[in-house]
Design a protein around this ligand. Structure first.
Ligand code: MG
Ligand code: MG
Length: 261
C-alpha cells in the first residue's frame, strides 16, 4: 500500500534528504585515487551523527555500513572495503539517513581521477536518465512512463538497464511501495498522485543488463564485469509536479563545477 505524504511530512523528509546530500558533498573532495572506502564510511557516519541524524543503512537488513560504495563493475550494494580507489575508477556512493522518523536515500557516481571517455559517457547518460524519469512525475502520469523514459534513453545509447533492482517509495521506512522499475511501458502501472515520495535510482550498465550477487551476500556486479553507473534522488509530488528533495549541488560546489541539473 502506498503511503502518500502530507506537505508537513514532505518538509521533514526534505531535511533527511538534504543531510544525505550534505554528506555526499562532504565526501566529494575525499573521493580520489588512494582513498580507502572504509575511511569514507567512517567519515560519513560521524558527519551524519554530528548533524543530528542516524545512518539509515547501518543495521538495516543486517547492513554493516553507513555507505554502500560500488566501484566499476559493481552496480550497487558494494560494502566499504580497505582496498583503495584507483585512478580511472568510477564509484557510486549510496547513503541513507534517518532523521525525525523519516528516511533520506540518495546516491551519486563519482569519477576517481582521470576516467576514460566511454565511462564518462555512461555516467552522463545515467544521470540524464534520472532527470528524464523525474520529469515524468506529474499527477496523472504512470510508473510505466517513468520506467520507459529511463529504458528508452539508456537503450538508445546501447546501454543495459538492470532489472533485478529497482527504486522505491520512501518515508518512515526505507523501502515502501511502490517498487519503481527502471524499465516499463508507457501508460502502464500505477498513476502518480499528490504526496507520493519516491527514491528514483537508474542503474545502467555498459554491457549486459544481467547482474550477479557476490559471495558476501551484498555486492551486485555486472555479469560481464563491465562498468555500471547509479544515480539516485528523492522526489515528492507537490502541487501536481515533481519536487526534488535531495540535491547534487553540494557535490558540484566541492568539484568547482556549475553543472546542472
Ligand atoms: Mg540509495
Ligand atoms: Mg534507494
Amino acid at each position: 500500500m502506498i503511503k502518500y505524504k502530507t506537505k508537513e511530512e514532505i518538509e521533514i523528509m526534505r531535511q533527511s534528504s538534504l543531510l544525505v546530500s550534505k554528506t555526499l558533498g562532504m565526501l566529494t573532495k575525499e573521493v580520489k585515487p588512494g582513498a580507502i572506502p572504509k575511511k569514507l564510511d567512517q567519515l560519513a557516519e560521524e558527519f551524519i551523527r554530528d548533524n543530528g541524524g542516524e545512518p539509515g543503512f547501518l543495521g538495516l537488513y543486517g547492513c554493516p555500513s553507513t555507505l554502500l560504495i560500488s566501484t566499476n563493475q559493481t552496480v550497487v550494494h558494494g560494502l566499504p572495503v580497505e582496498k583503495p580507489l584507483e585512478d580511472g575508477d568510477v564509484t557510486s556512493i549510496d547513503c541513507g539517513v534517518l532523521m525525525n522518523g523519516y528516511y533520506g536515500d540518495h546516491a551519486f557516481t563519482f569519477e576517481v581521477g582521470e576516467v576514460a571517455d566511454d565511462v564518462k559517457n555512461l555516467l552522463k547518460v545515467t544521470k540524464e536518465c534520472l532527470y528524464l524519469a523525474i520529469d515524468q512525475m506529474h499527477t496523472g502520469r504512470r510508473l510505466g512512463d517513468l520506467g520507459y523514459a529511463i529504458q528508452a534513453h539508456a537503450e538508445k545509447q546501447g546501454y543495459g538497464v538492470v532489472r533485478e533492482l529497482v527504486g522505491h517509495g520512501l518515508g518512515k521506512t526505507m523501502h515502501e511501495d511502490p517498487q519503481v522499475p527502471n524499465y516499463g511501458k508507457q501508460g502502464r502501472g500505477k498513476k502518480f498522485q499528490e504526496g507520493l515520495v519516491l527514491a528514483v535510482e537508474p542503474m545502467i550498465t555498459m554491457g549486459t543488463h544481467k547482474v550477479k550477487q557476490l559471495a558476501d551476500g551484498w555486492t551486485i556486479d555486472t555479469l560481464d564485469n563491465k562498468p555500471a553507473a547509479h544515480f539516485e534522488h528523492n522526489i515528492a509530488i507537490v502541487n501536481g509536479k515533481p519536487e526534488i528533495l535531495s540535491t547534487f549541488d553540494y557535490i558540484y560546489q566541492a568539484l568547482g563545477t556549475t553543472e546542472f541539473p
